[in-house]
Design a protein around this ligand. Sequence first.
Ligand code: SF4
Length: 413
Amino acid sequence: MTVEQTYFRKGFGLKKELKPLIDAEYQSALVERIRARGYADTFGDVSVRLAQEFGFCYGVDRAVDYAYETVHKFPDRRIYLVGEIIHNPHVNQRMTEMGISFIYPDDQGCFDFSPLTEEDVVILPAFGVTIHDFETLRGVGCILVDTTCGSVLHVWKRVESYARDGFTAVIHGKYTHEESRATASQVTRYEDGKYVIVRDMDEAGLLCDYIARRPGHLSREELAAHFQQKASPGFDPEADLAHVGVANQTTMLANDSMAIGMKIQEAMVERYGPERAGEHYRSFGTICSATQERQDAVAAMMTSPPDVMLVIGGYNSSNTNHLAHLCRQYTRTFHVEDAGCIDIDTGSIRHKPELDPDADQATDFDWLPEGPFELGITAGASTPNNKIGEALVRILSIRGIEPDLPGSTDRTA
Ligand code: SF4
């Protein structure tokens, strides 16, 4: 097999053939009906409103398609996925059922590819892998099916250009998130490429205070120590914060990323003056359009907030966490990982009440209003529609309502 034939990133031409199968597994007649009725419908005393944009994004759609295509293309090979294809437990469960094995990272985010041989097929997830991991896999000689989303590749190009031009990439993201790690690794294409990952405005503030030499800023050594795990090896604030370019994980809150970019720009103006600040700072909005549209859709919904808001998506899904965080500022919001968090027998809901992906779950019993109420629903970019439909069916069942949907495949389990 030639080198070219071991790397695929455009699918195998089986999309049309597999569409009915994929639709049957992930679509929902109930969700389609609500959508067709203008994203709103009434079931007994429950008025349901769907966000205008929700659920699977184009990148996830494509990654899931490729995974199904890969299974059909290579029925006799061992197939692996690097990490999770997307952050959704149900979809990942389906991948396991199809015979795909997961290679999970250790605590340091490192993967062990030693069991792989050139006979194996390895799927790279929508959020990509680091350059180091990619090169290791190329070295194994296995077949690679690369589902890295085009929007992620777009960010990589931007970060690479920062490194090329001697700018340190300041990435707004979680340093443990696969996408941020993969994005940060792009600077290693250049010998002197540097990055630092900031989680939030507080961390960005540490950089800003240092750049602007504000009173009380951390010393060079203290700042380097703070970002030791979150920056390129040998990160030296003195040299590496003289020129910075801002980028972000594609699924962060757009407003937060923008605010961080502006704060860094202000710090550069304080340090170098308005005329010269531009030589020290670059920025580029790298939130993907799908994330932006989902955030805009809930923001629009919150201009007239529903009584109860349900947000469905993996607890480690960054974009879902941010949707829930937005909604919490306006109404009672329940972020559930899956429809199974809603228990018809007890009428309870198990949910994650905070932004932190590792926050403990809470269980509420009296979470649905007594009388008629409005229920808002959205879902993260990695949540399939059938799980949205199932969650709604469960809530309606608690109220003793059965949606009238002849032939529907929506079910409660
Ligand atoms: S959230 Fe955006 S960047 Fe991530 S897979 Fe979806 S479309 Fe691509």
